[in-house]
Design a protein around this ligand. Structure first.
Ligand code: ZN
Ligand code: ZN
Ligand code: ZN
Length: 462
């Protein structure tokens, strides 16, 4: 597979959804449908000193650009690769005297590229940046205000000797970033470290039960030749068999929610009404809201328990953001105990608590109890997610690590069986996730639970 080759897909007009992409041949699970380099990408403001600005790997030691003192790179090769995109940025930062935020840096990088290559189709792109959707007309008051601020700062940062763009065009670019900014993760796949625009990927429509997934590949540093050294890219991969002519879809959000809530989230963040089969038919909603069978609790009891769970989750969020992890554990334990006679093991309110409590207990090194909760969580996830879903894989790997720490032999045997099943279903995904989980395995202490959710597909304010 050559990066940028797009012969496996074709643009078409999807009914009621605007443009979309469909397959021009048949694919099997884990096949790469296309690989695409970022049109432009930047590292998040908070991580500019610890993540390479070219390959987005997190590194112990990075070399700093001697001129702006802002850009950081793994080595000479990453630095050389970056120069074309950094050159204008480097002198603009020196002139401006400070570094603008990630949104503005990305918009500027896109516009310098437009200045260099023109605004038409560039090689390997099925759509130009000009033709991407911006949804500026759907912005609410708050978003409008932020947009005006960004445009103002942009105009101060943008050098007078660079090509001058209209206000409308600058707004368009900010709109494009807002709805198409793809989240880039570090080499462990666990932390969101930057944002980039990938025009071809932007053409892939959403489905809550998609047939493709996106994998971010930071590139291979062992390769000595610059050509292969840092081929940072996204890969669109098939989750199962895809027929010729079938529309390709990815999920912009996590599936683990009732259809009504997913639809609300998609409308709020991506400005469209989801008409996918799972939303239309409310598939799996009964599982997400599952209650015990025998004895079946009354409607009233269920309603109360949902409210109690929502309130507890709010308290947990607060305690977590203050670093009060023992308080988090206490709240989770109490709530799970109350839920026990009411909710089934696929209930989303139970699963959310299980996910939080197993993560926090691992951090507190209470592996025995953590592994018990992690097992229950994975059992629930297995009934809800597509077997090749990355979120499911990550949960299984994390549960495995907890078991390993707890020295839980029986659980590890079951873990191995589960991994074997995953391996047979999707070998590539298995390796990718195993690598991620193992790299995140400090020998004594697990990573501090972060308040940030796992990297979402697109970079969005929640
Ligand atoms: Zn690098
Ligand atoms: Zn520089
Ligand atoms: Zn949907």
């Amino acid at each position: 597979m050559t990066i940028g080759e797009m012969e496996n897909v074709e643009v078409f007009t999807a009914e009621g959804k605007g443009r979309g992409l469909k397959a021009t041949k048949e694919f099997c699970a884990a096949d790469i449908i296309f690989a695409e380099r970022a049109y432009s990408a930047v590292v998040f403001d908070s991580l500019v000193n610890v993540v390479c600005h070219t390959c987005f790997k997190r590194q112990e030691k990075l070399h700093r650009c001697g001129q702006c003192k802002f850009a950081h790179y793994c080595d000479r090769t990453c630095q050389k690769d970056a120069w074309l995109n950094h050159k204008n940025e480097c002198s603009a930062i020196k002139r401006y005297g400070k570094v603008p935020n990630e949104n503005i840096r990305l918009a500027a990088r896109i516009m310098w590229r437009v200045e260099r290559e023109g605004s038409g189709l560039t090689e390997g792109c099925l759509v130009s940046v000009d033709d991407l959707q911006n949804h500026v007309e759907h912005f609410g008051e708050e978003e409008q205000k932020e947009l005006r601020l960004d445009v103002d700062t942009f105009l101060q940062y943008w050098p007078p000797q660079s090509q001058q763009f209209s206000m409308q065009y600058i707004s368009h670019i900010f709109g494009v970033i807002n709805c198409n900014g793809f989240t880039l993760s570090d080499q462990r796949g666990l932390q969101a470290v930057g944002v980039g625009v990938f025009p071809n990927l932007a053409l892939v429509n959403h489905d809550c039960w998609p047939n493709c997934t996106v994998i971010f590949n930071n590139g291979n540093h062992e390769a000595v030749k610059s050509m292969f050294h840092t081929q940072m890219r996204i890969e669109l991969r098939a989750l199962g068999k895809i027929s010729e002519g079938e529309e390709l879809t990815v999920s912009y959000i996590d599936f683990l929610n009732i259809s009504e809530e997913r639809k609300k989230q998609l409308k709020r963040q991506y400005y469209f009404d989801c008409t996918c089969e799972h939303c239309q038919k409310g598939l799996k909603d009964d599982l997400f809201l599952g209650v015990k069978d025998d004895p079946k609790p009354s409607q009233e009891v269920v309603k109360e328990m949902i409210q109690f769970s929502k309130d507890t989750l709010e308290k947990i969020d607060k305690a977590r953001s203050e670093g009060l992890y023992h308080e988090v554990v206490k709240l989770c334990r109490e709530c799970l105990q109350k839920q026990e006679p009411v909710f089934a093991d696929t209930n989303i309110y139970t699963l959310r608590l299980l996910s939080i409590v197993s993560e926090v207990l691992s951090y507190l090194q209470a592996f025995e109890e953590a592994s018990h909760y992690a097992r229950r969580m994975v059992d629930g996830y297995m009934k809800l997610y597509h077997p090749n879903n990355a979120q499911l894989g990550m949960a299984i790997m994390r549960a495995g690590l907890t078991n390993w720490h707890a020295g839980n032999i029986e659980a590890m045997r079951m873990q191995t069986e589960m991994e074997l099943r995953m391996f047979r279903q999707n070998e590539f995904m298995y390796h990718k996730m195993r690598e991620a989980a193992l790299n995140n395995q400090p020998m004594q202490v697990m990573a501090e639970p972060s308040n940030e959710p796992a990297p979402a597909l697109f970079h969005k304010k929640q």
